[in-house]
Design a protein around this ligand. Sequence first.
Ligand code: BGC
Length: 255
Amino acid sequence: MQLEGKVAIVTGAASGIGKAIAIAMAAAGASVVVDYVGDSTPASSVVQQITTAGGKALAVQADVSNPEQVNQLIQQTVAGFGQLDILVNNAGLEYKHPFTEFPFELWQKVLAVDLTGPFLCAQAAARQMIQQQRGGRIVNISSVHEDLPMVTNAPYCAAKGGLRMLMRTIAVELAPHQITVNNIAPGAIYTPIDADVQANAAMEKQLMAEIPLGRWGKPEEVAGLAIFLASDAAAYCTGGTYFIDGGMIRQAGSL
Ligand code: BGC
């Protein structure tokens, strides 16, 4: 198994892409910490799904934008599984409003979860990994919108663009410790973050037209890439963004 003996934290693992990654990493042999905020029921059910399948998992509540809770997340991981090898910065959210009407509180919330969160988690994880002296893997779930503008989504695009440069900078800084840092940039993956589009046939049709492969991606497809980047096979990959978007970022348009 690709991740046998490894310990992974997946933030925001109670639903969507994070849930798929947690389940797939456990199936690949990792012990997985399922980070969540709020209601514990969905996270417990992810843990149960993993343990029923014979894997190892633990649910830990931690708000990624809170430094103390992030430190506790690392401590509880080490207390539960003895070490930390892989951090997947997945927790994220978005709100859509025209730029001139964007509420300041929502700008702050998106930046806190989508950019400050990965900063805090990567910093705390890297400190632990450096202490262990066995290298490590940091995988950020970014978005095509680390590069591609999206109208009505300015804070999200700004956060993901920031995540791209955070990743590139710390990849260089952490390389001497054999800790690799990479971004996965998904396009339209069928998860609750796009519930508004899924509920509106006209919007869905418009989105599909922007995707050369003409379909939603599946969370499991993103999980496959995350496993590769977290595995020993990816030891020489660092500082890169890996798009998984059905060709969305390369869409030329014909009209
Ligand atoms: C956003 C979705 C969007 C998709 C493709 C994702 O990062 O969260 O709202 O549909 O990118 O544009």
